[in-house]
Design a binder for this molecule. Structure first.
Ligand code: PEP
Length: 248
C-alpha cells in the first residue's frame, strides 16, 4: 500500500529567521497522519529546520546534492554533508536545474546513486516542456528521462524513489495540468517503471504530481489512482496553505 507523500519545495526562498517562523506556525496546526510530509529547503536553512522539526515527524529534504562524496569540488555540497544534517530526502533532477543549470540525465543518474550511497531518499523529477507536449512527444521524453536517470539502479533501490511528474508548463505558472492529464502521465510513468523493473516494483513506487498544486486543487489530484502525492512549490511557502494541502 503506497503512502501519500506531500513535499514542499521552497526553492531559493526564505532566510533562517523566516524558515523558523514558518515551522513555528506550521507545527501549531500540524497533526501527524498517514501522510508523509517533507520540507525541502535551501542548504543554509537545513540545520535550523532540522532542529525546529525535531520530533514532529515532518521530514527534512534538500533540493540538490553533488554526485561525489568529497574532494576538490568548490562550492558543492555532498551526500555525507546532508546526511550529517539529518536530511531524509533530496530532490534530484528538478526542471529548473535541468534547464537553468544544464543538468543532464547522466548527471542525474550519478546524483541518484550518490543519494543512495548516503542513505538519502531521492525525489526524482521528470516532465516535458510545452513544446514537447505540443509536438506529441511527452511520453517519449518522460520515458527517456526515466530510462537514463535510473540506469543501473536496482529494483531494491528504485522502489524507494519518489518520482515527481512535473510538466514544465505547469511549474510556477498557475496553469495546473488537469487531474486527467496528470493521471494519464502518472499511469504511463508507472507502466514505464514496470517495463524497466517489474509490476510489483512499479506498483509500490510513489509517484507525485507537481505543478501549481494548491489547496483548491489537491483534492481532485489526490483522487487519481496513480497519483500518490504532490511536490509543491509556491503554495508550500505559506504554512497554512501547506497544512491545507496535507489535509487534502
Ligand atoms: C516545483 O517547482 O516543484 C513546483 C511544483 O512549483 P509550483 O508548485 O510553484 O508550480
Amino acid at each position: 500500500m503506497r503512502r501519500p507523500f506531500i513535499a514542499a519545495n521552497w526553492k531559493m526562498n526564505k532566510n533562517i529567521g523566516e524558515a523558523k517562523a514558518f515551522v513555528r506556525e506550521f507545527l501549531r496546526h500540524y497533526e501527524k497522519s498517514g501522510v508523509e510530509t517533507a520540507i525541502c529547503a535551501p542548504f543554509l536553512q537545513l540545520q535550523a529546520l532540522q532542529e525546529a522539526l525535531s520530533g514532529s515527524g515532518v521530514k527534512l529534504g534538500a533540493q540538490n546534492l553533488y554526485h561525489e562524496d568529497k574532494g576538490a569540488f568548490t562550492g558543492e555540497i555532498s551526500g555525507p554533508m546532508l546526511k550529517e544534517l539529518g536530511v531524509d530526502y533530496c530532490i534530484i533532477g528538478h526542471s529548473e536545474r535541468r534547464t537553468l543549470l544544464g543538468e543532464d540525465d547522466e548527471l542525474i543518474n550519478r546524483k541518484l546513486k550518490a543519494a543512495f550511497r548516503n542513505g538519502i531518499l531521492p525525489i526524482l523529477c521528470v516532465g516535458e516542456s510545452l513544446a514537447e507536449r505540443e509536438e506529441g512527444r511527452e511520453y517519449v521524453v518522460v520515458s527517456g528521462q526515466l530510462r537514463k536517470d535510473l540506469y543501473e539502479i536496482p529494483a531494491e533501490q528504485a522502489v524507494q524513489i519518489t518520482v515527481a511528474y512535473e510538466p514544465l508548463w505547469a511549474i510556477g505558472t498557475g496553469r495546473t495540468a488537469t487531474p486527467d492529464q496528470a493521471q494519464d502521465m502518472c499511469a504511463y510513468i508507472r507502466s514505464a517503471l514496470a517495463e524497466l523493473y517489474d509490476w510489483k516494483t512499479a506498483s509500490e513506487m510513489c509517484i507525485q504530481y507537481g505543478g501549481s498544486v494548491k489547496p483548491g486543487n489537491i483534492g481532485e489530484i489526490m483522487d487519481m489512482p496513480d497519483i500518490d502525492g504532490a511536490l509543491v512549490g509556491g503554495a508550500g511557502l505559506d504554512p497554512l496553505s501547506l497544512i491545507e494541502i496535507i489535509n487534502f
